[in-house]
Design a protein around this ligand. Structure first.
Ligand code: ATP
Ligand code: MG
Length: 257
């Protein structure tokens, strides 16, 4: 029996990604989605939250940086497949939140510890609103601006991840990398505390962008090791793998919870 058979995984519903993840994200894993500016971190994690909600997993997308209204408007513009996003939001199967958090971050920027404890309790409140089992935090890079001292930043990140762990949720935290190129990527020590790392690279000239995705690690599961080209299409992300054309999203995540 393959060891992977015993692990419960949540399907992301993203074309090609579940193939690379050998089924999906292992339940309760905390996964970093990293990449340079504009690589697609927000859109990919939002698409996963949307798909999870559709597949029966109550989800929340918590933005530290953008207002929910603009995230929703942008997602609808990019992804025509988000047809029932309003219904999912109305039924609270999907929550897109964060305006309050970013305002507090700005207002309390002179009092980092206060802001951070508020952020943690705000996340708690959001997750409690719909009993989220899948949570996206977009992005942890803002915390670094909020808490410039490297030791305090690491402590804050550890409190955030241990909070998510104690909630028992599966999570994606996005992180801005200082480079878009694979050869220049280095990992901050805090990255090693996460269960999974998925990186988006962008190489080449602006008019000939070469976008690729790599699963660097995923605790508790085997996964593909190849660099997969990806496109952002109106149907969502399309990660090109040997089977991506055969994948379907018809399976539900319901049975996994
Ligand atoms: N209508 C569209 N169709 C296809 N691709 C689009 C469309 N609109 C935006 N994009 C792509 O999505 C990218 C932005 O995605 P996203 O906002 O998720 O990136 P990000 O990594 O979160 O960026 P940031 O570092 O600024 O937070 C753009 O760089 C562009 O390539
Ligand atoms: Mg973003």
């Amino acid at each position: 029996m393959n060891n992977d058979d015993k692990i419960i995984k949540l399907k992301t519903g993203v074309k090609g990604l579940d193939y690379m993840l050998y089924g999906g994200i292992p339940l309760k894993n905390q996964v970093i989605v990293g990449g340079g500016p504009g690589a697609g971190k927000t859109l990919l994690s939002l698409e996963i939250a949307y798909n999870m909600a559709k597949l029966g997993v109550p989800s929340s997308f918590i933005s530290f940086e953008e207002e929910p209204e603009s995230i929703i408007a942008n997602a609808k513009e990019v992804f025509t497949k988000f047809k029932d996003i309003d219904k999912l939001l109305e039924e609270k199967k999907l929550l897109i939140e964060g305006k309050g958090i970013s305002i507090k971050i700005i207002e309390k920027s002179d009092s980092p510890s206060y802001s951070f404890s508020t952020i943690i309790s705000d996340i708690d409140d959001i997750v409690a609103m719909n009993g989220s089992k899948f949570v996206v935090i977009d992005s942890i890079s803002l915390l670094r601006l909020l808490i410039p001292d490297p030791v305090n930043y690491r402590i804050a990140l550890l409190s955030l991840t241990s909070k998510l762990k104690s909630m028992g949720v599966t999570s994606i935290l996005t992180a801005e990398l200082p480079t878009s190129e694979r050869k220049d990527v280095t990992f901050d020590p805090e990255f090693f505390t996460f269960d999974g790392i998925i990186l988006l690279y962008e190489e080449g000239e602006a008019d000939k962008r070469n976008l690729t995705l790599e699963i660097v690690k995923m605790r508790g599961s085997n996964h593909s090791w190849f660099l997969a080209p990806y496109e952002i299409t109106s149907e969502g992300f399309s990660i090109l793998t040997p089977t991506s054309t055969n994948e379907t999203m018809l399976d539900s995540n319901d049975d996994d919870l």
